[in-house]
Design a binder for this molecule. Sequence first.
Ligand SMILES: [Fe+2]
Ligand SMILES: [Fe+2]
Length: 379
Amino acid sequence: MNPLKWIKRREAYVRQREQWMQDLMTAGQVEEGRRKFMKMAALAAGAAAGASFVPHSFTLVDVVNANTQVGQQPFTFAYISDSHLYEKTLNERFVRQLERAVADVNALDPQPDFILYGGDLAQLGQPSELKLGQQILKELKAPVKMMVGEHDWFFDLGDLWKEMFGAPYYSFDHKGTHFVTLMSVNEKDFWTAKKLTPMQRMQIVAGLDDGRQSRFEVGEEEREWLRRDLAKVPKTTPLVVFSHSPLYKYYRDWNFWTEDAEPIQALLHPFKSVTVIHGHTHQVLTNRIGNIHFHGMLSTAWPWPYAPTGLPRLTVQMNRPDPFNQTEGMGDGAITVNKSGYVDMRYDMWNRNPLIVSERYLASNGTQDAPPKTTLPSY
Ligand SMILES: [Fe+2]
Ligand SMILES: [Fe+2]
């Protein structure tokens, strides 16, 4: 493109963005602002073909249209994860951040078929924290599927969470895809012999790198349930599995880990297309093991740093250059299930353009459709 033309388009984009920010501030019209942003992101993506200004932004509508052209009935679901709520009187910031994610998802047009909540709704499993989270999530327009995280569980070993949200593991079918939600943060009993209180147990697990806890696992009983559940599903049916911890071994010392990952992967390998979407790691995280594609979700509370070793090769590290920005590295997102059953994962980071880790990127082992990399430092 003629460089002058490009500069003009970029200036137009910046003007529109400024206008959008002003609309948002003055009128408080979050939903309208969000719609305008999505339109602008698409416009800028067109303008930026071959340039690095807004290199990989396209809208939910674009993804849907692209798939419609090949005759598939695509569908999209959204995700919100890892809100780590304290009581409002202790920490209002995390509350506001979850409310922001709810507003983001409610502004999606078209609306997602459902929303997956990825676990760690509470910080220390307190009734006040879980109830506050439930109250905020009730504002979502689309139906919500819940998954449990270790922060929700280890105060009362899931008693209240189950009462509020139902079974901690289950499966369902949606538009030809079989979905499984796992409870992947079971631990071996390290508390009874030591006579620990519920809060001591909770705090040890919440610490992640506290040497007294055991590693996360799905466990034998639930693996047997999974085996029986999958036995009823044809091997050609696309499979999407939700887990809180990644269903592979990333970094043991921080419990970015599932101890029985291998036997679970063995149950998933016979299927034609398998995607695992997990919470817990609070970062853009991408992996592929054989036919299984893995994607980590963003947190609405804080980003974890990347582990010092074990980072999967396909991960394009998210850019977090501003440690003084309170919402740097956080956000929510949406996932499109494609004709093949594999997914395009869209990370809606609050201070960045949307980032898409596509099916094509994983299927080609990173040789095609790579998300933009940055040379800026990340803290
Ligand atoms: Fe978390
Ligand atoms: Fe977690």
